[in-house]
Design a protein around this ligand. Structure first.
Ligand SMILES: Cc1cc2nc3c(=O)[nH]c(=O)nc-3n(C[C@H](O)[C@H](O)[C@H](O)COP(=O)(O)OP(=O)(O)OC[C@H]3O[C@@H](n4cnc5c(N)ncnc54)[C@H](O)[C@@H]3O)c2cc1C
Length: 369
């Protein structure tokens, strides 16, 4: 079989997929619709340290801040968790995506910018036609084209229900007043941040990202107003300058199907296009990268050694349970009225849950045990 694959989308997950394929000797066409790779920073940019290490991307020099704990606020109650060691790193997502794409290209991938996949032909090989009038053919195509994946839409992969998306808004501020630059905040309040929460991600004692997300798409502006009127959040940015803001959707559930077979050709989905996101936080880079690695390994084994391509089975076996657990916790949170969240946080503090969370808590795996 020809050693060729097509990867659609050159953001974090697509670039990691392309790098992993290229270093296994597969010829890769990496298609990106934009004139630059990356999401232009449309991300909180906070990642568990072990998750980042697992991506295999050289990210150390891109670290902007190190996070050691979290403050969870619900009504009048709060729970503070702080560890001596770094739990998470904050990066510029744009810089990370650019680094991942550079590493893919250095490994041999052919990156095509301004190349938006628009049509697919699945007779024989998979042929992807792009808006710059090129067409690429291979036995395997991997859609890493994000939450509004054209790969998934055109090839009729099962949809993620609308109720399993949140709409988010995030802004970055400088000249802020950040009293605890190594602690993130999570603010639970279903009244405004329905079924999700508001957050802060400090970058330094003068720089911070503030975000909100809700399942109520039409009420995002109300949620934004509530966040900026919140006495605590507004105190952080009293004399600050907003340097960047954006809105974006986040899928919270993986698709029922992420692999389709057409004769001897396959189309796989990885990352947000597959919905491989932690539903408790909306974080998708680490698990997207983990699934990208499964996709690359399976594809290489198929193309080079003609082994059955079992991406669907294997990413679910390795990471499906964890993502499902995040989703179940998220659904439980949806059922909790504000008073119950407040009571839960208060009781956790009073019975001394902090040391347990400090010892066993993990942002990717919920519990390390
Ligand atoms: C407000 C917010 C905060 C977040 N914070 C975090 C966080 O702190 N940590 C974390 O892990 N995750 C976070 N996430 C989630 C994270 O951003 C996504 O999970 C991640 O971007 C998914 O990566 P991806 O490569 O699958 O998709 P994307 O990053 O969406 O990339 C898709 C790529 O495909 C390209 N593309 C799309 N269509 C086509 C096409 N037809 N042809 C060619 N190219 C195409 C796009 O231009 C883009 O480059 C956050 C999300 C939001 C909205």
């Amino acid at each position: 079989m020809e050693n060729k694959a097509i990867v659609i989308g050159a953001s974090a997950v697509g670039s990691i997929t392309a790098k992993e394929l290229s270093r296994r000797g597969i010829e890769v066409d990496l298609l990106e619709e934009d004139s630059r790779v990356g999401k232009f920073g449309k991300c909180g940019g906070i990642f568990s340290k072990h998750g980042m290490d697992y991506t295999g991307i050289n990210y150390q020099d891109l670290i902007l801040n190190e996070i050691k704990g979290a403050r969870i606020i619900a009504g009048k109650e709060e729970l503070n968790v702080r560890t001596p060691q770094t739990q998470a790193v904050v990066l510029s997502r744009q810089a990370f995506d650019e680094r991942a794409a550079d590493e893919a290209v250095s490994a041999g991938a052919n990156l095509h910018l301004n190349s938006r996949a628009r049509n697919f032909d699945t007779n024989g090989k998979i042929t992807v036609k792009t808006t710059d009038n090129h067409s690429y053919s291979a036995n395997v195509a991997i859609g890493c084209d994000g939450n509004s994946s054209i790969t998934a839409r055109k090839l009729e992969f099962p949809e993620i229900p609308q109720s399993d998306y949140v709409i988010s808004y995030q802004a970055e501020f400088d000249k802020a007043n950040v009293p605890t630059p190594d602690i993130v905040d999570l603010i639970l309040d279903h009244k405004y941040y329905k079924n999700f929460f508001a957050w802060t991600i400090p970058i330094s004692d003068k720089k911070i990202r503030i975000g909100i997300a809700t399942t109520e798409i039409k009420k995002i502006e109300d949620a934004k107003k509530a966040a900026f009127a919140d006495p605590y959040l507004s105190s952080l940015i009293k004399n600050a300058n907003k340097t960047f803001e954006f809105y974006h959707m986040i899928p919270l559930k993986y698709r029922k199907t992420t692999q389709k077979t057409y004769g001897s050709s396959h189309v796989l989905l990885a990352g947000d296009s597959a919905g491989q996101v932690k539903a408790t936080s909306g974080g998708g880079v680490n698990f997207g990268a983990k699934c990208a690695k499964v996709a690359a390994e399976e594809t290489a084994n198929y193309l080079l050694h003609e082994k059955p391509l079992e991406y669907e089975k294997n990413w679910r076996k390795k990471h499906g349970k964890t993502l499902k657990f995040h989703y179940i916790l998220h659904r439980m949170y949806r059922l909790m009225p504000n008073w119950l969240s407040e009571m839960g946080i208060g009781v956790s503090r009073r019975i001394g849950m902090q040391p347990l969370l400090e010892k066993y808590g993990d942002m990717d795996y919920v519990f390390k045990i």
